[in-house]
Write a protein that binds this ligand. Structure first.
Ligand code: SAM
Length: 203
């Protein structure tokens, strides 16, 4: 590990310097999340991110997961059970805009991997009408120094509505409360996903 908690394999000189949105989100999460933390996976899907977060929070931490599809939560549960990580996770078949109702504690990080379930129904993707309230609730739930990390997919079956709404929303966040960063590919020929970090500033 480095001083910043990054795993050395992510800094290997043979790896490309430019990383995709998912790799950036995981690397930010590695820097941010400590053993014992409570974090949220707002879009469990196939459970890859949930498993990753469960590894970061360790046996004394907690990952609270959301997905509207029972199929996604079943896949996530199966994956966590196989990895021996299920006990440190609390999963909800529920929309992430019910976060305030279902989560009473402050959290260190909230991950949003927006879009549709890979190997699932592409018609059931995240939508601005629930994503924006969920983002607001996630930001309100953060501890000082915590962050909301977003992989924003657009184009193709994801369309452009949510993408435009999320970009418009993050521009409105008060600069004294949040540092907001957006990283996108400048020369991609397709709609490469965008990475967004909203960090809650310390008082
Ligand atoms: C791109 S996938 C997530 C990938 C996942 N993190 C993984 O590692 O496999 C997006 C997921 O968001 C879910 N989703 C859509 N609308 C949602 C909502 N309102 N609340 C929670 N999850 C939602 C979809 O069912 C889908 O499984």
């Amino acid at each position: 590990m480095t001083d910043h908690g990054m795993k050395l394999e992510n800094l290997h000189p043979d790896l490309p310097l430019v990383q995709n949105a998912l790799a950036l989100s995981h690397n930010y999460a590695r820097r941010l999340i400590r053993p014992g933390d409570t974090v949220i996976d707002a879009t469990c899907g196939n459970g890859g991110d949930t498993e990753f977060l469960a590894g970061l929070v360790g046996p004394d931490g907690l990952v609270i997961g959301f997905d509207i599809q029972a199929e996604a939560i079943a896949r996530t549960t199966d994956r966590l059970a196989k990895a021996g990580l299920l006990e440190r996770c609390q999963l909800h078949v529920a929309s992430h805009d019910r976060m305030t109702a279902l989560v009473s504690t402050q959290v260190r990080a909230v991950l949003f991997n927006l879009g549709y379930l890979p190997r699932g129904n592409h018609a059931i993707g995240t939508q601005a009408k629930t994503t924006l309230p969920a983002l607001a609730q996630a930001l309100a739930r953060l501890t000082a120094g915590g962050a909301v990390l977003i992989c924003l997919y657009y184009g193709g079956d994801s369309g452009f509505d949510e993408y435009q709404a999320v970009l418009a929303y993050i521009r409105t966040l008060p600069v004294r409360q949040f540092s907001v960063q957006k990283i996108e590919m400048a020369n991609a020929t397709n709609c490469a996903p965008i990475f967004i970090c909203c960090e809650k500033l310390k008082d």
